[in-house]
Structure formats: structure tokens, C-alpha cells
Design a binder for this molecule. Structure first.
Ligand SMILES: NC(=O)c1ccc[n+]([C@@H]2O[C@H](COP(=O)([O-])OP(=O)(O)OC[C@H]3O[C@@H](n4cnc5c(N)ncnc54)[C@H](OP(=O)(O)O)[C@@H]3O)[C@@H](O)[C@H]2O)c1
Length: 287
């Protein structure tokens, strides 16, 4: 009986994670607006989409880095690539970015929200000023970009892909403002998915829960704080793309994070002795 139960659970798990019907050709010619595309996960996402033949509008703040990524995307075969440098700390930026993408691509099939800002130097990490700034860049701008792009995504029956973090599902020690913005994304986009469902609007919403990537500069808020094991960046980006293309509601990379999220309600507050070995407590407390 036990063997049957475990085999059944194993088969379900296997089906859930590996049989996702991903068809790479579905992304050929797809019109993609990708944020945070100048570095990190966003840069890797841009290269995957370019290889798959998507039409791209890339955005971030650093023009020189965007130009480099655009050149690499062209070399990888992207038929159309444009960029627009904008700072999401400005509340007008999301409208300009979406309008630029609509003008260049004539519509959108994917809005991939990935950018993440770190507080400007001089701001205390956990001050209310920093938290307000981070909420604009890491949460409110996502909401604004979505509002601007939704009519076009509705027309194309497109997809919203939101890159988040385990810290948006499971509270952790120290990166409180970062975590707050990620939790807000989870609440907003989960609710939006339900709203769209009841209105029969065929726009998919994919929330991606990523863990630390194998990159020297991990996202602000956990940089220098966590000693947790890292996962390969290009594979994380591919998992995001597969999830978006198959219209999955959730992506967990690495997959074990799904288990952690499920366990969260049973183990809401792990003991300090359990988490302390994964943290540089003195670095974090001094920030
Ligand atoms: N790295 C990790 O280990 C990890 C773990 C879990 C989840 N994630 C998630 O994965 C996503 C990407 O993270 P990442 O590590 O790749 O970050 P990253 O390497 O720090 O890159 C962040 C991107 O966002 C852009 N950006 C920063 N501030 C911006 C602003 N004010 N306005 C517009 N664009 C801005 C950056 O461009 P400029 O520098 O040109 O401004 C860059 O392209 C984030 O949503 C993050 O939360 C990452």
C-alpha cells in the first residue's frame, strides 16, 4: 500500500514538473517586453528569448549595458530588438516603457516583469524612506506596467510573467523591505489572476519563485547576508520562460522551493538556531 502511495505521489510530482508541454516554436515571433534586462536573470531571459526568435523590447536604467545586451541578442538571432532606458523609481516611467513597446512591436504577447532595484546609497536599509523607494521600484512599477499593458495582452490572449523570490512567500531574517515588495507582488498578481478568470479574460499570470542564483551580485537585500546555496542562473531563466510559455500559474526554481512554500503554514517560524548558520548576522544587522 505504502509503495503504491509513494509511486503515485512520485508520478504526480514528475508529471507536474517535467511534462509541461513546452513548445519552443510558440515563442518564435512572440512580442515580449522584458524589464531588468541589462543584467542578471533579465539578461539571461533576453538571450533565451533571442535564441527562440522572439521580438524584444528590453528596459533597465543603464543604457550602455542595454546596448550590449541588444547586440548579443541580435547575434543570437532575435529578429527585432529595441531598448529603452528608464528608471522605475519615476512614476511616469512605466507608461513610457509600455507605450514605446506598443509603438515598436505593434502589440504585446508577453510582459515579463523582472527588474529589482536596490536602495540608493546613503539610505538606511530598513528605513521607511528606503521601503517607500523599494515599493515604487519593486512593486508599484510592476502594477503600473501591468495596467498599461493589459489591454494589449487581452487582445493577444497574452501572458504576464512575474519574477519573484522565495522571500515573497516565506519570511526570512533581515531583508524585510525586499521581502515586503515581493509579498505584495504575490498578493496582487494572485488576486489579478482570479479577477481575470471571473471576467473571462484570457491573460495568463505566471508567478515565478526563484532562489539565489550563482552570481556574485545576488539581489539587494540578500547580498552579503545569506550564505544559502546558489542555483544556476541560465537554468532559472529557462524555467521562467517555460512557465510563461505554458501558461503555468507558478514556477518554482529550484523545485524544492515548492515544498518549502507548502511547509510554510506548518512551520511558520523556524527556530533561530536553524537559520543562523545560513546568515552573516553581523553584516545584516549593521546595514
Ligand atoms: N539574484 C538572485 O539570487 C535572485 C533570487 C531570487 C529572486 N530573484 C529575482 O530575480 C529578478 C532579477 O534579479 P537579479 O538578481 O537578476 O537582479 P540584478 O542582477 O541586480 O539585475 C536587476 C535588473 O533590474 C534593473 N534595475 C535596477 N533598478 C532599476 C530601476 N530603478 N529601474 C529600472 N530597472 C532597474 C537593473 O538594471 P540597471 O542596473 O541597468 O538599472 C538590472 O537589469 C528579481 O525580481 C529578483 O527579485 C533573484
Amino acid at each position: 500500500m505504502k509503495v503504491l502511495l509513494f509511486t503515485g505521489l512520485g508520478a504526480l510530482f514528475f508529471a507536474y514538473y517535467w511534462d509541461d508541454n513546452f513548445d519552443p516554436s510558440s515563442l518564435q515571433g512572440a512580442r515580449v517586453l522584458l524589464t531588468g534586462a541589462s543584467a542578471g536573470v533579465g539578461e539571461e531571459l533576453a538571450y533565451h528569448y533571442a535564441r527562440l526568435g522572439s521580438h524584444l523590447v528590453l528596459t533597465a536604467t543603464t543604457e550602455a549595458l542595454l546596448q550590449k545586451v541588444v547586440g548579443n541578442c541580435r547575434n543570437l538571432g532575435a529578429p527585432k530588438v529595441f531598448y529603452i532606458a528608464e528608471d522605475m523609481a519615476s512614476s511616469d516611467a512605466p507608461q513610457r516603457v509600455v507605450q514605446f513597446a506598443l509603438d515598436k512591436l505593434g502589440g504585446l504577447d508577453y510582459l515579463v516583469l523582472n527588474h529589482v532595484g536596490s536602495a540608493p546609497s546613503g539610505m538606511r536599509v530598513r528605513s521607511s524612506q528606503t521601503t517607500r523607494w523599494l515599493m515604487q521600484v519593486n512593486f508599484l512599477s510592476y502594477v503600473q506596467l501591468t495596467a498599461q499593458a493589459l489591454p494589449s495582452l487581452t487582445d493577444s490572449r497574452g501572458s504576464l510573467v512575474v519574477v519573484s523570490s522565495l522571500l515573497g512567500r516565506v519570511p526570512a531574517s533581515f531583508p524585510a523591505p525586499y521581502s515586503a515588495a515581493k509579498f505584495a507582488l504575490d498578493g496582487f498578481f494572485d488576486s489579478l489572476r482570479r479577477e481575470l478568470d471571473v471576467q473571462d479574460v484570457d491573460v495568463a499570470v505566471t508567478l515565478c519563485v526563484l532562489g539565489l542564483r550563482d552570481r556574485a551580485s545576488a539581489a539587494e537585500g540578500v547580498r552579503g547576508v545569506s550564505r544559502a546555496r546558489t542555483a544556476p542562473g541560465p537554468k532559472a531563466a529557462l524555467a521562467v520562460i517555460r512557465g510563461g510559455a505554458t501558461r503555468a500559474s507558478g514556477v518554482f526554481y529550484p523545485w524544492r522551493f515548492h515544498l518549502l512554500c507548502l511547509l510554510r503554514d506548518w512551520l511558520p517560524r523556524p527556530p533561530a538556531w536553524f537559520v543562523r548558520p545560513d546568515l552573516n548576522v553581523s553584516t545584516a544587522a549593521a546595514a
